[in-house]
Design a protein around this ligand. Sequence first.
Ligand SMILES: NC(=O)c1ccc[n+]([C@@H]2O[C@H](COP(=O)([O-])OP(=O)(O)OC[C@H]3O[C@@H](n4cnc5c(N)ncnc54)[C@H](O)[C@@H]3O)[C@@H](O)[C@H]2O)c1
Length: 338
Amino acid sequence: MEKVRICLAGAGRAGMVHAKNVVHYIRSAVLVALVDTNQKVLEESGRELGIKNLYTDYREALTRDDLEAVIIVTPTFTHAEIACYAAKNKKHIMLEKPMAQSPGECDRINDATKNNAVKLQIGFMRRFDVAFTKAKEIIDSGELGRVMIIKSPGRGPGLPPPWAYDLSRSNGMLAEVNSHDFDSIRWLVGSDYEKVYAQAENFKCQGLRKEYPDFYDNAVVNVRLKNGTLGSIDGTCPAGYGYDARVEILCEKGLIQIGDLKEPGFSQVKADGTTVGSTFKSWRDRFKDAYLAEMEHFVTAILNDNEPCVTGADGKKAVEAVIAANKSIQTDMPVELA
Ligand SMILES: NC(=O)c1ccc[n+]([C@@H]2O[C@H](COP(=O)([O-])OP(=O)(O)OC[C@H]3O[C@@H](n4cnc5c(N)ncnc54)[C@H](O)[C@@H]3O)[C@@H](O)[C@H]2O)c1
């Protein structure tokens, strides 16, 4: 196989990031087909990307025998169904986070990929970001001693798409936005969650509670990992001021800070000494290189027959932690993870 032939399922916000990376930057892959249930989105994205094989039903696309892989970027409540179908049709899978709606759905996906010997990579692109990987290296080297406290705000500039307002279909903001924080804390520290205690409020989107009574737009989750590390995740959506994915890691012998509020490479200093810069407008800007690196990793794993480094087991751990935090919000009690 010279080039991996890929289908994209879901040509929405994140889907187009992946599609453009494959079309414009990844030499060892080619985008062959697009699937989207929205005919208008399908035609527009097909035109923009120069793809002629367009489908509204993923089953028609995924039974094509000239495809090796699929990137699944549809709403979370469709992930398990599409991923299992893809696995049964022997397609390698790059699956966006959150992996699925429940640990049971994650098990179904993991079983289907294992039984059909196809690769599965979950879209935790922070693991491919230069600052995150540097922090991981420092922690693993032991240079700063053990991690004592890790703080991970994950704040998005605007509201997620409307399908994510409904907690029963999306697991809410903690899944849609903060899945990344749950994954990166666990990955950086190298330990699983022992306990979470979460509080949530709805400050900015009062109107949404009429239709979605569980909706929250702010949450703080205190976490304890099995190795004793303490941490917190906070989520806000819409934050308004930009996309904020800074992380602070307090170790026994020092401190690591990941990321910045402002885009690097530009700052203005005024006569009064104040500085001006612009914040990251979106996750697309903050993690631009990481999205490309994760897709390169996926394609290379297929070509070299390696296992991708972000697995279905990682995806399931993040889903479990999000569900525990939502349970904690509902019960106002700490929740232990198995
Ligand atoms: N890794 C990241 O940073 C990141 C960022 C944003 C979104 N995401 C994830 O990507 C996924 C999609 O989110 P989004 O914000 O792009 O959503 P979106 O609503 O913008 O796009 C989803 C697209 O999927 C299409 N669709 C819905 N059901 C479908 C089906 N059964 N088959 C084919 N197409 C279908 C919709 O018409 C829409 O165009 C979610 O799992 C989300 O959590 C990840």
